[in-house]
Design a binder for this molecule. Structure first.
Ligand code: SF4
Length: 280
């Protein structure tokens, strides 16, 4: 059994929250460059160049890449030989978010209650998802999830008869209706199978894959490729100015499901795709 102090988790979350907001990942920077080689719209290319410049300013001046510094989504993979001491895991994560957002001068965007709308003032609480995995390591995956794109995420319980075509149509419809509102080019995390809640979780987790890193299963790789091609034929383009780059990637995760069900969840993520990871 390996012991990890809750304080270590907090310190790591402080760092990941700041880094996510200031340093767009190499996968995103590569996605901007790749899109610049294929984007035919002058306005679209101009927007992609602005994204690159914005990322550079954010990184060098330690400023947030976007004013919406997001809802912190934290996936924690806990090795079953790990014992956390000195406090509760979720408290440790929230303390890290509290300090990261305060010390990093990052906007607080969370309201304590969906109806009274009073800001909690420190961007807590995070949404924490835990999973027990083999081994004695603890992996912290943090995403600063923008509200505008999250608001365009959707779920549909397809019928099994709708099959893969029904799932594809729903994913493309989500991207089409998100349009410019979700700050494209987008990354769509798609969860297919499981139950209502499992499909949504699969779709969120799919966003933690490096941009364009394909699903290991060949049939799902082909599905991702086909969906990306279809999405980029919609013509929405960077920030909705029209063009060939409506999406940078579509990541699909699947899970077994009930004989009567075909759940499909789509989490829409924007060009401010801010995610960081640490292994303790
Ligand atoms: S959708 Fe993304 S890029 Fe647009 S405002 Fe929100 S976080 Fe920023």
């Amino acid at each position: 059994m390996r012991t990890i102090d809750a304080q270590h988790i907090t310190e790591t979350i402080v760092r990941l929250c700041m880094e996510a907001n200031y340093n767009l990942g190499d996968d995103m920077l590569a996605a901007f460059d790749k899109a610049l080689t294929t984007e035919r719209s002058a306005a679209g290319r101009g927007v992609l160049e602005m994204f690159k410049e914005n990322a550079q300013i954010a990184r060098t001046q330690r400023l947030p890449y976007c004013q919406d510094t997001g809802f912190v989504i934290c996936f924690v993979d806990i090795g079953q030989d790990v014992h956390i001491t000195g406090g509760l895991l979720e408290d440790a994560v929230n303390e890290g978010v509290r300090r990261g957002y305060k010390e990093g001068y990052l906007r607080a965007s969370i309201v304590a209650d969906p109806f009274n709308r009073k800001n909690t003032g420190d961007n807590t609480p995070a949404v924490v998802h835990t999973q027990i995995v083999p081994g004695d390591k603890l992996t912290l995956m943090v995403m600063a999830k923008g509200g505008g794109c999250e608001n365009r995420s959707k779920y549909k319980m397809c019928t099994p008869a709708e099959g893969v075509e029904g799932a594809k149509n729903f994913v493309i419809e989500c991207i089409r209706t998100a349009g410019p509102d979700a700050c494209p080019p987008l990354i769509a995390g798609v969860g297919i199978g499981g139950t209502f809640e499992r499909a949504a979780l699969l779709s969120k987790r799919a966003l933690f894959r490096g941009i364009g890193e394909p699903n290991p299963k060949p049939d799902l790789q082909e599905l991702e490729r086909e969906l990306l091609e279809k999405a980029n034929k919609l013509g929405i383009g960077p920030q909705g100015y029209g063009g060939d780059t409506t999406a940078f990637a579509i990541h699909v995760n699947t899970y077994p499901c009930h004989i009567t069900s075909l759940p499909v969840a789509v989490t829409i993520e924007c060009h401010a795709h801010r995610h960081k990871e640490a292994v303790l």
